[in-house]
Design a protein around this ligand. Structure first.
Ligand SMILES: [Zn+2]
Ligand SMILES: [Zn+2]
Length: 397
């Protein structure tokens, strides 16, 4: 079958990286680490594993980062990957055993690995905290899409453990279902520190995670004011369409000034000229996670406020004095599992389908569609979002 394979070979990565500094197309050229290959059918790794026909797969920001080699060699998560692997972890498929249309929870935690009893994290339904990502019947990996033994969904078919497959209600279109993964990431981000009554929240970012966070806050906390920080133009329009009360500029100084203005407070002016606030949003949901967004969030947060970071950019130095001075909390946010919302505990995907039935509509976030064979165009479209307007790009085999 055809599948988009990432080969971890230094020569390929070096060639793509050198070429890529001149032309992004080097990352999709024949010698690049990623190629559309003809490979064997997906492995059925153990009892409970099911073969699925891919219906549609979502192109994730992390796929693009990996193909563009935009990570750092010292990333600790390299301990939990195996190569070569088929990319793709956001997927809607059709089970070949019973024909059911399903959405994939990609996490390769205890159950898919055949580990019984499961670790305490899996028993709680916190699959991304699983302690067995290197154990069991499949090679080391966090999730389908970075595992040498469990092919990802940018392929004609993929296999998964039945516990990873959630039935999609008949009236939910494929492209709404495929958003279950990123929407659930943002749900978790919000649940880690929900909005506080009477204070605004700020959402940083211009991608699926950011727009989903805006829409979820509006859906779950209708009394809360939501400010989006995103580029002007179509991105700002999308933030408003998803329910943002205001779209604020992404330039750090202009952003701090805009927040001060809306809060009706004066800024404090240090020697550096980088103004900051003691009164601001109670929480920032940062879907970018760059040194600029983290530093700026610390400047504008309310005293005692919380920054929840779901994005990951390469590390660097930033000014973190407000962290101690305002007794801020910084929380990392990683994926999803069984989540409690309004007193109900169930998998994030099941919550999402409930809210779709209540009218939550994120379908405008799917902006581009390609065939799997056009994966190179999909990548260039997704990675040049400011030019193409891409938010969620999807592939069909
Ligand atoms: Zn993803
Ligand atoms: Zn586990």
């Amino acid at each position: 079958m055809k599948a988009l394979v990432f080969h971890h070979q230094l020569a390929r990565e070096a060639a793509a990286k050198i070429g890529g500094t001149i032309d992004r197309r080097s990352f999709v050229a024949r010698f690049a680490p990623v190629s559309l290959d003809d490979i064997d059918e997906p492995q059925i790794s153990g009892p409970g594993w099911v073969l699925c026909e891919t219906v549609v797969s979502g192109f994730c920001g992390s796929d693009a980062k990996q193909i563009l080699l935009n990570g750092s060699r010292d990333n600790p998560l390299t301990a939990l990957l195996s190569f070569p692997h088929v990319l793709g972890h956001e997927a809607v498929g059709r089970r070949t055993d019973n024909g059911q249309r399903v959405v994939l929870n990609p996490w390769l935690s205890c159950a898919p690995r055949g580990i019984d009893p499961p670790c305490p994290a899996c028993q709680m339904g916190r699959y991304p905290w699983c302690r067995n990502f290197t154990g069991g019947v499949i090679p080391p990996a966090l999730h389908i899409g970075n595992c040498a033994g469990a092919a990802g969904a940018h392929a004609e078919r993929f296999a998964a453990h039945e516990g990873q497959l959630f039935g999609v209600p008949d009236d939910v279109p494929d492209e709404v279902a495929v958003l279950a993964d990123p929407v659930s990431v943002s749900l978790r981000t919000i649940l880690l520190h929900p909005p506080e009554p009477g204070l605004p929240v700020l959402v940083y970012g211009s991608g699926t995670l950011a727009f989903a966070a805006v829409a979820l806050v509006r859906h779950l906390y209708p009394d809360i004011e939501v400010w989006a920080v995103t580029r002007s133009g179509p991105r700002a329009a999308m933030a408003e369409r998803m329910g943002a009360h205001a779209v604020l500029p992404s330039d750090p100084d202009a952003l701090v000034a805009a927040v001060a203005d809306r809060m009706g407070v004066r800024t404090l002016v240090p020697w550096s000229g980088r103004e900051w606030l003691q009164d601001g949003p109670s929480v920032v949901y940062d879907t970018i996670g760059s040194i600029e967004t983290v530093e700026t969030s610390l400047r504008l947060l309310n005293t005692g406020g919380t920054l929840v970071v779901s994005g990951v950019e390469p590390p660097g130095r930033f000014e973190w004095t407000p962290l101690y001075f305002k007794e801020l909390r910084v929380i990392g946010s990683n994926a999803f599992g069984i989540e409690e919302v309004r007193g109900v505990r169930k998998h994030a995907f099941e919550h999402y389908f409930d809210w779709v039935a209540e009218g939550l509509d994120l379908s405008p976030l799917v902006t581009h569609r390609f065939r799997l064979s056009e994966w190179d165009r999909a990548l260039l479209t997704a990675s040049q979002a400011s030019k193409t307007g891409a938010i969620k790009v999807v592939l069909r085999p």
